[in-house]
Design a protein around this ligand. Sequence first.
Ligand SMILES: Nc1ncnc2c1ncn2[C@@H]1O[C@H](COP(=O)(O)OP(=O)(O)OP(=O)(O)O)[C@@H](O)[C@H]1O
Length: 332
Amino acid sequence: MSAVSKEREATMGRPYRTMEPSGEPTALELRHVAKGFDDFAVRDVCLSVPCGSVVGLVGRNGAGKTTLMRLALGTARPDRGSVVLFGQDVTAAGQEAHARARMRTATVASVCPYPGYLTIGEVATVYTLSYPTFDHAAFEALLDRMDIMHQPEGAHRPVSAGLRVGDLSRGQGMKLQLAACLATGADLLVLDEPTAGLDPIVRDELLQMLREHMAAHPDCSVLVSSHITGDLERLADYIVIVDEGQVILSAEKDELTDVMGVARLLPAQLERVLDEGIVPRGELRVREDGLAGASEVLVPDRAAFVRAYPDMVCDRAAIEDVMRLVVLGRSL
Ligand SMILES: Nc1ncnc2c1ncn2[C@@H]1O[C@H](COP(=O)(O)OP(=O)(O)OP(=O)(O)O)[C@@H](O)[C@H]1O
């Protein structure tokens, strides 16, 4: 049996690389959080959102991303571990403390959660009740910019303030949510697939608004999940990959996209790489791609790999490549 096939038996789904806590201030930390359901469990998750950063959460369907967000927001309670919001352990401090810290967070859900009978004006009123900091003028300016409502000169109220949520398209509903979320002035935004099901133009508008908001509010922090990894490549400072309720990789985004690489190797080439040991053991993630027995190989340092093996093909890694290989590949 070759070294490759012997090693294949091990390691699917094991953590590949996780970051140590850096000691810098955080908006959110999950510390060794566990939560069990009948058929699913979150296991020993550590995750942090440094103040002023965007953390992108990725993973396949059912990996546990929404559950982690619910644990962060206090709509699910951990069985073990703690949730720390703005430096305070809200799990230990109880529900009231969590509710107070919660007022400094705002969310966007993947499906517009407001009842269809509410008008846009009533949505704004609900937000005003929940967030004393809610900025009406900013909300209306954002909606105006997104072509959901506009206020003709001399009119007392915007023409679409009476439009009902149920009459909005999916894209308009997501724009409405994001506008409301940004207008809260919250310190932590938790965005669960905010661009799912939107066309590229609307996605681009939403991402642009979010980037501008981050530029204008440098202390604002964001935890955002998405299956559209290209959006995260444009937005995120850190990437956290989740699988089967576990964090299997957390890293700076630039480390993934600028440092790692994906090599496409024939069996003899892979054997040579393994035999020579230039890449440390356990640092490669390998997956056969079915074409002529070749393998896709995630390498931790593309530049070093290309220097050592100039005859082999090694491309820049996209977040999607890293996720696929870390989740499905074997460690070698
Ligand atoms: N309250 C609950 N009771 C039982 N099971 C639950 C509950 N909440 C979540 N789960 C289970 O947890 C698992 C993870 O779900 P979750 O929504 O967190 O995944 P996800 O990564 O957000 O998935 P997707 O990308 O498809 O949205 C699923 O199997 C789901 O059925």
